[in-house]
Structures are given as C-alpha cells and as structure tokens.
Ligand binder design. Structure first.
Ligand code: SF4
Ligand code: SF4
Length: 423
C-alpha cells in the first residue's frame, strides 16, 4: 500500500474508533428517548462509517464554516449545506503539525481534514463558504481558497444598518457563486420555499426549547447536544421531522411527569467556544460526574438556529435583507466588537433554565471567547452564580484534570444548594 493510502487508512481507523467510543458513551447515558436514534445514527454515519450525508445523488454539497452563512440560499440553489466545523481529535493531530502552535484546534482540524481528504462530507463539497470572523477563520478561508472553490463572506464587526448593508452585498455575491456552481438560479419562489423549510426547523427547535424549560430533567444536555450536532449533517426538512417526533415523545413525558432522574442534579449552563462532536468530553464529564447540562449557549446549540427569519418586505431584496439581519443581529458570538447581547442572553438562560452554575469553555487559542470571560465572570458574580473557565484542546490528555475540576465544581453547587450539609 502506498504511503498516502496507508495514512488514510490509519486516519479512518483512529477517527472512527474515537467516534464509536464517544457515541457509545452518549448512548449509555440513561434516559435517552428512543426518538434520539436518528441523531445518533447520523453522527455514526458521518464519523464512524465515513459516509456522505443521506441525500439524493446529484445534489451538490456546499460546506459552511459558521452559523452566519444563511443555509436558505444554499437550499434555494438546489444544493445541500453541510456544517464543517469539527471536533475531530484525529484531524486535529494531523493539522497540529501544519499550522501555528497557538491556532485554535478547530482550525487545526480543518487543515487536517483538508490534507488527508478522506471524509466524504469534506472531500465531496463543490464549494466552501467561510465567513471571516476571527483570525483563525480568516486563515481557514485563505487555506481553502488556495485549493478549492471558496466563497469568503465578510461578516461585519458591528451590527448597525450600514454593517448589515455590507453583508447584504456579500450575500448577493455568494448567491452568484452558488448559481455558478449548481447551474440553478435562485428565484423568489425557491428562496421562499427554502425559508419555509428552515422556518419549520426553527419552529421545531422552539418547541424543543420550550419543553426543556417547562420541565427540568426532561432530556439530558448531552443528548440535546447530539440533536444539535446532528443538524450539521442532516437535511433541514428531515431534521425537522425527526425533532418533531422527539418533541412529541417529550410532550408525552411531560404529561406523564416522566424525567430521566428523580434527583435534583445541579443544573449547569455551558457557554464559550463551540463544542462539536466528537469533542464532547466536557458535557459528558459534567453528566458522568452527577451534574445536568440544562442548556448551552454555544453556536452549535440553540444559538445557531433558534432565531427565525423575519422577512423585511415582500420583495426578493427584502428576503435577502432578512437573511442578513437574522445572521448578524441576534448572533451573540464574541467576534462582534460590542457583544453586550451575550450577557443578556446568558442571564435570560440562567433565569429560564434555573441555572446554578456556569461552565465557560475555551478552546486553546480561541482568543475571542477567552477575552469575554472576565466580563462574564464579573456579571455572574453579581448574580451569585458560580462559574469556572475550562481551557481544552482536541485531545484526551487533559481528561483526568478536567474530571477533577468538574467534580469539584459540581460538589460546590451541591453544597450551595443544601448549606446544612456543611455542618
Ligand atoms: S464561534 Fe462565532 S465565528 Fe465561530 S462558528 Fe460560531 S458563530 Fe461563527
Ligand atoms: S471563534 Fe474560536 S474556535 Fe472558532 S475559529 Fe475562531 S478561534 Fe477558532
């Protein structure tokens, strides 16, 4: 076997081994409704079996690298979006040798996937769309553009009207590129249709969120994260159907007052750098250590999809404008200069999900999230909510250290809940 083929084989073996392990851990956590199966199966299909998305042959795949790329435009061009930010430890270890040491693990994993070219969701993309948000995303854009057809979107740093205008221009440019790649014109009808489809996904997600708020301990946070991670690799229509089935099952649980535990587990919110399969060690550790991930304020969670598109007016331009507004205005990513919005969102989530402690996740080298930590720590301090900052990478070397810190954090929340235990 020649060297490159051997490397590919080694990559596939190692990568699927890690994914199998993490999937098994997620499945083994008690209380997953049967209706979770399609989401686990999707992660299994992509990461363990290394197959392409389950879509009709001939539908072009467009890889995206941030939730600020409007999927509606891709669907309207008759293509299928796939979110390619990944948490692969194996791709990270390959990319680690190729990009600067201090770059974030996400950019290292992207480089790793590009150089090994073995996963169909990466290798079969007809075009990539990369919004330049942080420095790492800029470098991803440059790296991809040197080898592939790549649309670079200039996400503004502010959210004023003129900033939105600038993004509208970019979306028109992106639209032309999509039309060239797919050979299909994006029309008012096709765009309206794709907005209806993603609107249905946002609706089912809003039902899911409402159910979780209505009854704590209804579904584990790690399982919710599997639902959201699987959305990256599923057609929005199919994902909506599966979330509807899950919501129906959860509604039944609410009616029967059925929870996955009878204990009052400490309720934790995760915020910070994206948590992407298979790098789900933190939520898993929280739940293995007796905590409950009640909610996550990350772009792979609720933040990425829950805000619906509200058409500005009935014209085609109005639809494009509404996509730009939805991508930028509600986004609480720290890549925006003024990001007060994020703390409002976190406060709201603390209230809605009755949060007792916050875990602030920083991927090593992710400066934008790390930068906001102090402000959020101060704010949470005023609310009396404990917070810890956990910095990690895409590997398992720090698992024991993380376990000790998470366990201590959960014990501290328990003691705060029941002060008499201290005597
Ligand atoms: S963290 Fe921000 S820039 Fe990165 S993918 Fe999420 S929304 Fe986009
Ligand atoms: S926002 Fe953070 S995690 Fe995402 S690409 Fe930038 S540095 Fe990496």
């Amino acid at each position: 076997m020649e060297r490159k083929a051997r490397m590919k084989q080694r990559f596939e073996d190692k990568s699927s081994h890690t994914s199998v392990r993490y999937l098994r851990k997620m499945r083994e956590l008690s209380g997953a409704p049967e209706e979770m199966a399609p989401f686990f199966d999707t992660l299994d299909r992509i990461y363990t079996k290394m197959k392409n998305m389950n879509i009709p042959g001939g539908v072009p795949l467009i890889g995206t690298y941030c939730v600020m790329v409007p999927q509606e435009l891709i669907y309207a061009a008759g293509a299928q979006p796939v979110k390619l930010c990944s948490g692969s430890y194996t791709a990270f270890s390959i990319g680690d040798d190729k990009v600067p040491r201090d770059a974030c693990p996400l950019v290292k994993a992207v480089e790793g996937f590009q150089s090994i070219g073995t996963m169909p969701v990466y290798s079969e993309c007809r075009m990539f769309a990369v919004p330049v948000t942080c420095d790492c995303k800029k470098k991803i854009a440059g790296m991809l553009a040197s080898q592939h057809n790549t649309a670079v979107l200039h996400v503004p740093v502010n959210k004023e009207d003129e900033d939105i205008e600038q993004y509208v221009e970019d979306l028109y440019g992106f639209m032309e590129k999509l039309e060239d790649v797919t050979g299909n014109r994006i029309t008012y009808a096709s765009l309206s249709e794709s907005m209806r489809m993603t609107g249905r996904a946002a609706y089912e997600l809003s039902r899911f969120i409402a159910l979780k708020k209505q009854m704590p301990y209804l579904i584990r946070g790690t399982h919710s994260m599997a639902v959201m991670n699987a959305a990256a690799y599923m057609n929005a229509g199919i994902w909506s159907d599966q979330v509807r089935n899950l919501n129906d099952a959860l509604e039944k649980r609410v009616r029967n007052k059925e929870t996955f535990t009878k204990r009052q587990l400490p309720r934790v919110l995760i915020t910070g750098s994206p948590i992407i399969f298979p790098n789900i060690k933190i939520p898993l550790l929280i739940e293995e250590m007796g905590g409950f991930v009640a909610a996550d304020e990350t772009c792979m969670g609720e933040r990425g999809m829950s805000d619906p598109v509200v058409p500005v007016d009935d014209s085609f331009d109005g639809l494009i404008r509404s996509l730009a507004v939805r991508a930028i205005r509600p986004c609480s990513c720290p890549t925006f200069a003024d990001n007060k919005q994020r703390i409002f969102r976190i406060r709201q989530m603390i209230r809605d999900y009755k949060i007792e402690g916050v875990i602030y996740h920083v991927l090593r080298g992710c400066l934008v999230y790390d930068f906001e930590y102090r402000k959020i720590e101060e704010d949470l301090g005023r609310l009396g909510i404990p917070v810890i900052r956990l910095e990690t990478d895409y590997n398992e070397e720090d698992i024991e250290q993380l376990r000790i810190r998470i366990e201590a954090f959960i014990e501290m929340i328990k003691l705060q809940k029941t002060p008499e235990i201290q005597h």
